[in-house]
Design a binder for this molecule. Structure first.
Ligand SMILES: NC(=O)c1ccc[n+]([C@@H]2O[C@H](COP(=O)([O-])OP(=O)(O)OC[C@H]3O[C@@H](n4cnc5c(N)ncnc54)[C@H](O)[C@@H]3O)[C@@H](O)[C@H]2O)c1
Length: 435
């Protein structure tokens, strides 16, 4: 099948490449010319394990190409996936849909024959209805079908998630489109993915409700971790004990910093904004957002406590700054709250992340990017394990930190407190007994 992915970011690039690997002819379009030039030269603009190889293979097979000519790419394709960003509106909480509607307007001018227009981007309920209205201004009803097919891949495991999804949600009542899409996804269905055909609005809401639920799970265990700290209980035991109940499940039940990333913060806010529009109070999700906001402040307070409120000139080393491991995505990472605050208080912050330098910190005083773990930890007063990269899971702190008093704040519970005490290291973690 001939596909066009509009927006070549984390979702558009990964799904476009994977669709081409399944034997489809795919054009990935982006208005960002630098990105397209890089991709045309085999340079992958994002960090995603395994993507590099897949891109090269499918360019060589001539099934995958990159373009910034939207009109031409639309004309050459039968199925159009909209994969552009839907960030939070500046100064607000609803989703900013300008990129989506901008694409819809461009599409309305380029429908030379019947096309299936699919939103893969996460969009609020009724966005599909709006796209349809825009397309109808210049086209007749039989020229297109607007379908919602939300994406559930996780950065860092995106290829696996795309190829072996738990479920594929297709929101459409159009028989012709449903048949074509079931056929497009048949290789994944054959591998065990559940295929759910539902209404367009339901598909739109399934995505938001899923993300809000996962954010709730993380926030729930983070609050339980707070209680564990006061009651001398190890939150890891609680996670195991709860997670073994199949109605609950163990995933997303690990205590740590506030949730971040490109999806949970914006999608929890957007679903509330949608509910407000429809005069519905989503009180649980509202309190999740508040609790998550409080969490970054709470962990900052713990840092101040560990350093006896003497922050000025303290060398603080961050291991990892991305919101989770195996991605270079910094969007809404909790490090974006912590590092600037520590810099303002006069700390000397150095950070090491396997995905390298981060623009986000370049204007902060006394914040520097270390080129290696050892360079980051040398002479450190406090080591903060912020992201759970494998690189940080078995470090010899005594060798790496050239300082007699080594203090570690492990926000991901990567190490055993008993082992750290045995090594004579001052060690703090999250939700594991008295501190
Ligand atoms: N990142 C994730 O893990 C993830 C997972 C599931 C769903 N989603 C959703 O998918 C959507 C895309 O997310 P992302 O992380 O890939 O975003 P992104 O910001 O990485 O990529 C979006 C791309 O769209 C391009 N773009 C914007 N307007 C365009 C236009 N008119 N024509 C061509 N290209 C245009 C941008 O230049 C950018 O490269 C969002 O709605 C997001 O919520 C993201």
């Amino acid at each position: 099948m001939k596909l066009c992915m509009i927006g070549t970011g984390y979702v558009g690039l990964v799904s476009g490449v994977c669709f081409s690997d399944l034997g489809n002819q795919v054009i990935c379009v982006d208005k960002d010319l630098v990105k397209i030039n890089k991709l045309q030269n085999g340079i992958i603009p994002i960090y995603e394990p395994g993507l590099d190889e897949l891109v090269k293979r499918n360019i060589k097979n001539k099934r995958l190409s990159f373009s910034n000519d939207l009109k031409d790419s639309i004309k050459k394709s039968d199925i159009i996936f909209i994969c552009v960003g839907t960030p939070t509106k500046k100064g607000g909480s609803s989703a900013d849909l300008r990129q989506i509607y901008g694409v819809a307007k461009d599409l309305s001018k380029s429908l030379n024959k019947f096309k299936i227009i699919i939103t893969k981007s996460t969009v609020p309920v009724t966005t599909g209805d709006e796209i349809e209205k825009i397309l109808l201004t210049k086209n007749s009803k039989n020229k297109f079908a607007v379908v919602s097919n939300p994406e559930f891949l996780r950065e860092g495991e995106a290829i696996r998630d795309f190829v072996y999804p738990d479920r594929i949600i297709v929101g459409s009542n159009d028989k012709k489109s449903n048949k074509i899409l079931k056929n497009l996804y048949s290789p994944l269905i054959a591998k065990g993915a559940k295929y759910v055909n539902t209404s367009r609005r339901a598909a739109e809401l399934i995505k938001y409700a899923s993300n809000a639920f996962l954010a709730t799970k993380i926030t729930f265990i983070n609050e339980i971790a707070n209680l564990c700290e006061k009651t001398n209980i190890n939150v890891d035991d609680i996670s195991i004990g709860m997670g073994l109940d199949q109605r609950i499940g163990s995933r997303f039940l690990r205590a740590g910093p506030a949730y971040g990333g490109s999806c949970f913060p914006k999608d929890t806010k957007a679903i509330i904004s949608t509910a407000d529009k429809f005069k519905t109070n989503l009180s649980i999700i509202k309190s999740v957002i508040k609790s998550n906001k409080d969490r970054s402040n709470l962990l900052l307070k713990r840092i101040y406590g560990i350093l006896n409120n003497k922050i000025k000139n303290k060398k603080i080393s961050f291991l990892g700054v991305t919101f989770k491991a195996n991605t270079d995505d910094m969007r809404d990472s909790s490090s974006l709250k912590m590092i600037p605050e520590l810099s303002r208080k006069g700390a000397k912050v150095q950070y090491y992340d396997p995905t390298g330098f981060k623009e986000e910190f370049k204007n902060y005083k006394n914040v520097r990017n270390a080129k290696s773990i050892s360079n980051c930890l040398e002479k450190s007063n406090l080591v903060i394990i912020h992201t759970e990269w494998n690189d940080f899971k078995s470090l010899d702190f005594k060798r790496l930190v050239k300082n007699k008093k080594i203090i570690i704040f492990d926000m991901r519970n990567l190490y055993s407190p008993q082992e750290m005490i045995k090594k004579n290291l001052k060690y703090f973690s999250v939700g594991r007994g008295f501190k």
